[in-house]
Design a protein around this ligand. Structure first.
Ligand SMILES: Cc1cc2nc3c(=O)[nH]c(=O)nc-3n(C[C@H](O)[C@H](O)[C@H](O)COP(=O)(O)O)c2cc1C
Length: 221
C-alpha cells in the first residue's frame, strides 16, 4: 500500500473577525425558507453547476463522496416527475399518513399538488451511492452514506440561498420513480428532490418559528 500524500493546508480567512463573520453568515442563513411557490424565471446552468460544486465540497466518510446530483431542466421530464410525485403524494395524504402526520403537515398548508415541480427551472434529484463507482477507488465500499449526503445537501441549500435562489427539500416518498425516470443504476438510491429557482411574485411561506438557541444548544452537560 502506498504512503498517504499531504499538502500544506491553505486556510480560509474571513474579511471580518470570527464574531462578525459568524453573525453575518447566521443572518444570511436565517432568511432561508423552504419555498413552494417557484416561478419559471430561468436560472443559468452555471449557477446550478456552482451550487452542486459547493455540495461536492462536503466531508464524507472515508472521502467516498457517495452522492450524485441529477440536474433536470427538460420540461417533459419535469412533467413526468411531477405526475409520479403527485401520485405518491395522493397515497400519502389519503392513505399512508396517520392523524399525527397530517396534523403536523397542516401548519405547512401543503397538499398533494406539486406545481413547483414543473414551474421551477431546475429540479436537482439527489441520489446516495451505495457503492463507490469512482475509477481508481480503493474499494467499492461506502461509509456513513446518510450523514455524508445530508451534509452535502446542507451545503447545496446554503449555496443556492447564497446565490439568491430558493429551494424546497422535497421527499415524495417512496421515490423509486426518480431512479426509473432518470435512468439511474440500482446502486444509486433516491435521497431528496430539490426544486431550485426564484420565488413567485406572490410567494408566501408558512409562518414558522425556529427553536431558540437555548433549546438547541447545550454547553457542557
Ligand atoms: C428531510 C426533509 C424532508 C422534507 N420534505 C418535504 C416535503 O416532502 N414537502 C414539503 O413541502 N416540504 C418538505 N420539507 C420542508 C420542511 O417542511 C421545512 O424545512 C420546514 O417546514 C421548515 O421550514 P423552512 O425550511 O422554511 O425553515 C422537508 C424538509 C426536510 C429537511
Amino acid at each position: 500500500m502506498s504512503e498517504p500524500a499531504f499538502v500544506p493546508y491553505r486556510p480560509y480567512v474571513p474579511d471580518a473577525s470570527a464574531e462578525e463573520a459568524s453573525r453575518r453568515f447566521y443572518e444570511v442563513m436565517a432568511k432561508r425558507r423552504s419555498v413552494r411557490m417557484i416561478c419559471d424565471r430561468p436560472v443559468e446552468r452555471e449557477v446550478i453547476e456552482n451550487i452542486i460544486r459547493a455540495a461536492g465540497t462536503a466531508p464524507s466518510g472515508a472521502h467516498k463522496q457517495p452522492w450524485r446530483f441529477v440536474a433536470v431542466q427538460d420540461p417533459a421530464l419535469k412533467r413526468q416527475i411531477r405526475e409520479a410525485a403527485e401520485a405518491e403524494e395522493r397515497e400519502l395524504y389519503y392513505r399512508r399518513a396517520d392523524e399525527a402526520w397530517l396534523r403536523d403537515l397542516r401548519v405547512l398548508g401543503t397538499d398533494e399538488h406539486k406545481p413547483f415541480l414543473e414551474t421551477a427551472p431546475w429540479l436537482i434529484a439527489v441520489f446516495k451511492l451505495t457503492m463507490d463507482d469512482h475509477p481508481g477507488a480503493g474499494s467499492t465500499q461506502v461509509y456513513y452514506i446518510n450523514e455524508s449526503v445530508g451534509i452535502a445537501v446542507g451545503l447545496l441549500l446554503a449555496a443556492a440561498h447564497h446565490a439568491g435562489l430558493v429551494t424546497l427539500t422535497h421527499t415524495p416518498s417512496p421515490m423509486k420513480f426518480l431512479a426509473r425516470l432518470l435512468g439511474r443504476p440500482e446502486y444509486e438510491r433516491p435521497y431528496l428532490l430539490i426544486p431550485v429557482g426564484y420565488p413567485a411574485d406572490d410567494c408566501r411561506v408558512p409562518d414558522l418559528e425556529r427553536k431558540p438557541l437555548d433549546e438547541i444548544m447545550v454547553v457542557d452537560r
